[in-house]
Design a protein around this ligand. Structure first.
Ligand code: NAD
Length: 287
């Protein structure tokens, strides 16, 4: 039997309805609405699609969106000073840095300079630390999108076996923590697992599988456990098509739920970002 499709768009639409109502309520009560500042250093065609999606979603919801375009020659010190100015601006509730940054700027260090209260991507160590403890308002957007999709299936998480493929700071590690907080037994695989050749052994056990690597077709359809929930975060361009990291055809026959690529995790990520902006605004205003 073919798996049910987990389409991010549907859940995103529900979350957006809720956010719209909350923003309208803020406007009526205080006259203010959340405001998101996004910093782009130089031009990057790869980031342009995500940027446009952010702007469109923010505007639809009634969130003020301001793009700060910095010259591609901006150095790390200048970027940090710019972030600091936005940290101090009362009317800026959320700050987002568009990736990739030019070489010469340490992209991994930059989130550390955002005021944690305005870190709407959830990448500041203080916010990541809160995810570790399970008491958090803001978590990394893509990881949270994957987690929301898993929860949307309604399956009982307690005691389930999950396998995460990919251990990046933005996806694999935070997804691992989010599931651990729910008493899921989690195995996190990475390049070391791949090179050892044991990836199929782990994947075959997964009742919940999250794959975030960036290699088309890395996970074979026949590795998927019957009835699994499969979340494919990967986005790969193959010819003129976008595909995930999981071989969709084979996987779809075995899984109970599966995300399509495109149309799965991606559409939900931007909405989670906006939810983080709303949470940041609410916390800053004490409402
Ligand atoms: P990354 O490059 O930071 O991390 C890749 C991970 O894959 C690493 O943990 C690495 O050890 C692991 N890996 C590499 N080869 C492997 C192998 N052969 N076997 C097992 N593990 C292996 O990547 P990322 O930033 O986490 O992104 C992963 C994918 O998710 C990319 O395709 C990216 O485009 C996509 N992505 C999608 C969204 C979205 O909104 N849908 C957001 C972020 C990233």
């Amino acid at each position: 039997m073919a798996a049910a499709l987990l389409e991010g768009k549907k859940i995103a639409a529900e979350i957006r309805e809720d956010l719209k109502a909350r923003i309208e309520d803020f406007r009526n009560r205080s006259g203010a609405v959340p405001s998101l500042a996004t910093i782009q250093v130089g031009e990057n065609p790869a980031a342009a699609v995500y940027l446009r999606a952010q702007q469109k979603t923010a505007e639809k919801l009634g969130i003020n969106f301001k793009l700060h375009k910095l010259d591609e020659k901006t150095n790390e010190r200048e970027l940090i000073d710019y972030i600091d100015r936005l940290n101090k601006e009362r009317d800026t509730n959320g700050i987002l840095i568009q990736m990739p940054l030019p070489s010469g700027i340490n992209a991994k260090e930059i989130p550390n300079f955002i005021d944690p209260a305005k870190d709407v991507e959830g990448m500041h160590p203080e916010n990541l630390g809160k995810v570790l403890s399970g008491k958090f308002e803001i978590a990394p957007c893509t990881a949270m999108a994957a987690f929301e999709l898993i929860k949307s299936t309604g399956i009982k998480l307690y005691g389930k076996e999950a396998v995460i493929v990919g251990h990046s700071e933005i996806v694999g590690k935070p997804v691992t923590l989010l599931l651990l907080n729910e008493f899921v037994t989690v195995t996190t695989c990475h390049i070391g697992t791949g090179e050892r050749g044991t990836l199929p052994d782990h994947v075959k056990r997964a009742e919940i599988l999250v794959v975030a690597v960036g290699k088309a077709g890395l996970v074979k359809g026949e590795w998927i456990k019957e009835g699994a929930v499969v979340i494919d975060v990967g986005i790969n361009r193959v010819g003129d098509k976008l595909v995930g990291d999981v071989e969709f055809e084979g996987a779809e026959e075995r899984a109970a739920y599966i995300t399509p690529v495109p149309g799965g995790v991606g559409p939900l990520t931007v909405t989670i970002l906006m939810k983080n902006v709303v949470e940041a605004f609410r916390a800053q205003k004490g409402i």
